[in-house]
Design a binder for this molecule. Structure first.
Ligand SMILES: [Zn+2]
Length: 381
C-alpha cells in the first residue's frame, strides 16, 4: 500500500519539549504530479483540519485500491506551534506569540536567488527547465537558516511543498463565503480548481505583498521568468492557492466530508489519483482583482452591529455595519455607520462583535482595483 506517515522534527522548541510535523504521504516519493495539501497553518482555523481528516480517510481508501498515481502529501496539522498557544482559554494560532509574526506571512522570496543561481543554466526545453528550477528551489530552502520556532516551521513546510505541482493551503475567514486566493498568471488555466471546489469567488493578485505560503510556492515561477528576461521558457509550474473554507465556525462533518470529496475530484482531474474525475461543474463564480477588495475598517472602537449578510450584493455607499459606542453621553450619538466603498460582493465579515480602531469589519469584492490600495493587499502582518 503506497501510504506512509513520517515526522519532521521542528527546531526551536524549548528544552524539555519536542514538536514534530506529521506528514502523510500517498504514492511514491518523486512521482508526478506532486500535490501538497496542508491545514491549520493559522492554527485556530479548524474547518481545514476537519476537511483534511476526511480527505485522509478517502486517500487511505485510494491507496488501498492502488489508485494513487502521483505523490500526495497531506499535513492535517500544519502548525503545532500555533496550536499550542492558548490565552484566556482561547486558541490563538494566527500570530506567533513569541514574536515571529503572522504564521502565513514572511515566507522567503526565492525568485532573486533563483535567478542568480540559474542565469545561463536554463535550456530551450520548458520541461527540463522545470526540473532544474525545482532542484535549485529545493536546495535554497534546504540551505535556509531559520531563527526561532515560527521560522523553523516556515522552512520545514516550504521544504515539503516547494517542488509540488499543486499546493493547496486550507484556511478560513471569520464569517465568510468559501473563496480562493490565486496568482493572476495562473488564471484562467486553473479555472477547474474553483469549479471542482464549488467556490464562487476567486481573488487574483500577481503578488499580494504579504509573502504568504501559497505565493512562496507559485510566484517564483513568473518572477524568475521576468528576472531572466524571457531568455528561456519557464512555465507557471506550481498551481498554489489559499483556499478559504468559509468561516471559523463552519466546522461540520457533513460539510467537511463534501469538501474532502471535492478535493478528491481536484486530485483526480489533475492526475494525482487514477480514474475518471466527476463531470466538471459549470463556472458560475467570479474572478476579481484582490486589489479591488474594499476592506471596510472601523475608524474607532465599538460594538459591531452588522447590517449586511455574508454573500450580500452591496452598492457603494450602502451601510454594511454600525459601530455602537455605549459609553457616549447621548445614546442618539452612539452609532457610527460604516459604508461600502464599492459595488460588490460582501464575502467576509468580522466575527468578534467588539472592534478596535482599524479592525476590518467587512470585506467587499469589487470588479475594479481600488485607488490607494498600495502593494500590501492582505490583512494582518
Ligand atoms: Zn488563515
Amino acid at each position: 500500500m503506497s501510504r506512509s506517515v513520517f515526522e519532521i522534527p521542528l527546531a526551536g522548541a524549548s528544552p524539555g519539549t519536542r514538536r514534530v510535523l506529521k506528514v502523510r504521504r500517498y504514492g511514491e516519493p518523486g512521482a508526478r504530479p506532486k500535490a501538497y495539501i496542508q491545514a491549520g497553518l493559522h492554527a485556530e482555523e479548524v474547518p481545514g483540519m476537519l476537511v483534511a481528516h476526511h480527505l485522509c480517510r478517502r486517500l487511505d481508501e485510494a491507496a488501498a485500491e492502488g489508485r494513487v498515481r502521483g505523490e500526495i502529501l497531506v499535513l492535517p496539522v500544519a502548525n503545532p506551534v500555533g496550536l499550542d498557544q492558548v490565552i484566556d482559554e482561547r486558541l490563538l494560532g494566527r500570530f506567533d506569540l513569541a514574536g515571529g509574526g503572522n504564521f502565513n506571512r514572511h515566507y522567503p522570496d526565492l525568485a532573486e536567488p533563483l535567478a542568480e543561481a540559474l542565469r545561463g543554466r536554463l535550456t530551450d526545453d520548458a520541461g527540463e527547465n522545470v526540473v532544474r528550477i525545482r532542484s535549485a528551489m529545493a536546495g535554497l530552502v534546504h540551505d535556509r537558516r531559520a531563527v526561532g520556532a515560527a521560522d523553523a516551521l516556515r522552512t520545514a513546510l516550504l521544504g515539503l511543498a516547494i517542488t509540488a505541482d499543486i499546493v493547496l493551503d486550507l484556511h478560513c475567514d471569520d464569517e465568510a463565503l468559501a473563496h480562493l486566493y490565486l496568482g493572476t498568471p495562473l488564471w484562467p488555466e486553473a479555472e477547474d480548481l474553483p469549479r471542482d471546489l464549488g467556490t464562487q469567488l476567486v481573488l487574483l493578485a500577481e503578488t499580494s505583498g504579504g509573502e504568504p505560503f501559497d505565493e512562496a510556492c507559485s510566484t517564483p515561477w513568473w518572477r524568475l521568468r521576468a528576472l531572466l528576461g524571457g531568455a528561456a521558457p519557464i512555465p507557471a509550474a506550481c498551481l498554489a492557492a489559499t483556499v478559504e473554507l468559509r468561516g471559523m465556525t463552519d466546522v461540520d462533518d457533513a460539510l467537511a466530508a463534501a469538501d474532502a470529496e471535492r478535493l478528491i475530484a481536484v486530485l483526480t482531474r489533475r492526475g494525482a489519483l487514477a480514474g475518471n474525475p466527476p463531470p466538471l461543474p459549470p463556472w458560475r463564480g467570479t474572478a476579481l482583482p484582490l486589489a479591488g477588495v474594499d476592506m471596510v475598517a472601523a475608524p474607532s472602537a465599538g460594538i459591531v452591529c452588522h447590517r449586511a449578510a455574508v454573500g450580500a450584493r452591496v452598492r457603494k455607499g450602502q451601510v454594511v455595519a454600525e459601530l455602537v459606542d455605549p459609553s457616549v453621553e447621548d445614546p442618539a450619538a452612539a452609532r457610527m455607520p460604516l459604508f461600502a466603498g464599492c459595488d460588490g460582493l460582501l464575502f467576509g465579515r468580522i466575527q468578534q462583535r467588539f472592534a478596535r480602531a482599524g479592525d476590518v469589519i467587512a470585506k467587499i469584492a469589487g470588479a475594479d482595483p481600488l485607488p490607494g490600495k498600495g502593494t500590501h493587499l492582505l490583512t494582518g502582518v
